[in-house]
Design a protein around this ligand. Sequence first.
Ligand code: GLN
Length: 195
Amino acid sequence: MKIGVLALQGDFAEHITVLRHLEVDTTEVRLPSQLDELHGLIIPGGESTTIGKLATTFGMIEPLRRFGHDRPIWGTCAGAIFLSGDAHRQQPLLDLLDITIERNAFGRQVNSFEIDLIIPALEDPERPFRALFIRAPLIERVGRGVEVLAHLPEDKERTGRVVAAQQGHILATSFHPELTEDNRFHRYFINLVKG
Ligand code: GLN
């Protein structure tokens, strides 16, 4: 089994490090032909407009869509935006996940924060998952057939807002599991790829 990490821009190296630590065969992906040998793909955080532009330049948009039709893809933060069908503005999107995204949803007040999430789908579900949000998007709407995996804890400001979702073999998180020690989300994706 081999899981690639799209390496056009963003924090792809951190995902590679976690996959290697979990003894998964992995490679950086920049060209369409590199997708052929893969069983799954991670699209990292970074800047979704840049990732989209580079993917267009490298002729990756259609190959990535085809890949996502039958193989698992997980997008973190900018990667989640890139997987979505609607980000409220013109930018290249893969439209593989029926969600609407609000980019930089925590924009001005808090560009970055950490919060404990309860994510029932993960191993050891009672143990909170420390989620790191960096100029993070919010999943504003999920379509039918999209499962909500995590939302922000209810409080006055952020009532039950969705930050992780899955539609079949396509997975999106607003936060960055590649930047914390807890690798349960990576293991969840690896299991998805194993099928
Ligand atoms: N704000 C970025 C975007 O809109 C995402 C930030 C991130 O990936 N940490 O693409």
